[in-house]
Design a protein around this ligand. Structure first.
Ligand SMILES: Nc1ncnc2c1ncn2[C@@H]1O[C@H](COP(=O)(O)OP(=O)(O)OP(=O)(O)O)[C@@H](O)[C@H]1O
Length: 233
């Protein structure tokens, strides 16, 4: 399996707080990797490291190519107050390629419309982001990630708080991305979605508990141990 990213002995965290410790793992190319673990285990921090926005304090992160990844951060409240339409929000996904002040080309506009269509939000294109429901806003942010046409798409809990139909839609869209030759990394609390991924990274308290195929990594026993669930039956 080709490798999109290789992490070797990576430690990382925040100014006065070390979170990830000595992490050695890989993200295979052309499939979805689910990053799972209890609250506070370091999933968002790991995504930040993969996105290059959180520097490592030790170890190395090797990317297969130099292209910038697309990063859909956890639903941001800050953006809600900005007077931006859904279309503006998705169009921001083209800035990296287009440059901030250049007009969007016909192709850029097509990509923006197609991304909204894939997330089922075309009818919301002219609505202000701040007046949407949480789930609708989340779809707009995923559409923005998609519009970047990056070879690596990183998403932090994209389906948290979404209804079953929206979760299913986002799952289908991400499957299309990998079928088209993209690589997806998604931090999630949805173990059912993680079991459908191609690869799993399981974190606990900033350490890698395990990685590999979901069936082998997320056994009932491991889930009980890592999440400290009481034994059933
Ligand atoms: N900006 C920050 N500054 C300092 N500490 C932080 C910051 N962000 C997160 N942390 C701490 O880092 C640790 C890991 O947090 P992180 O958000 O990576 O976990 P997570 O697995 O994504 O959690 P959750 O499932 O709750 O979203 C936590 O103890 C958290 O308190």
């Amino acid at each position: 399996m080709r490798r999109q990213i290789g992490l070797d002995g990576v430690s990382a965290g925040y100014a006065n707080r070390s979170v990830l410790s000595q992490l050695t793992a890989r993200v295979p190319a052309f499939t979805t990797t689910a990053v799972v673990g209890p609250n506070g285990s370091g999933k968002s921090t790991l995504l930040g490291v993969l996105a290059g926005v959180i520097p490592v304090t030790a170890g190395t992160v090797e990317h297969r190519t130099d292209r910038r990844p697309a990063f859909v951060a956890q639903r941001s409240r800050a953006a809600d107050a900005l007077p931006m339409t859904v279309r503006d929000t998705v169009a921001m996904g083209r800035w990296e390629r287009r440059g901030l002040w250049r007009r969007l080309s016909r192709h850029d506009r097509d990509v923006v419309e197609r991304s909204m269509d894939r997330l089922g939000i075309s009818a919301l294109a002219d609505r202000q982001l701040g007046e949407l429901s949480g789930g609708q806003r989340q779809r707009a942010l995923v559409a923005q990630g998609l519009a970047q046409e990056a070879e690596l798409l990183l998403l932090d809990e994209p389906t948290t708080g979404l209804d079953a139909a929206a979760r299913c839609l986002i799952g289908d869209v991400l499957a299309e991305v990998t079928a088209d030759g993209g690589t997806v990394v998604v931090a999630t609390h949805d173990l059912e979605a993680a079991r459908a991924a191609g690869h799993v990274l399981l974190l606990q308290e900033g350490h890698l508990w395990g990685e590999g195929a979901p069936g082998e990594t997320l056994t009932d026993r491991v889930v009980e141990q890592v999440w400290r669930l009481p034994r059933r039956g």
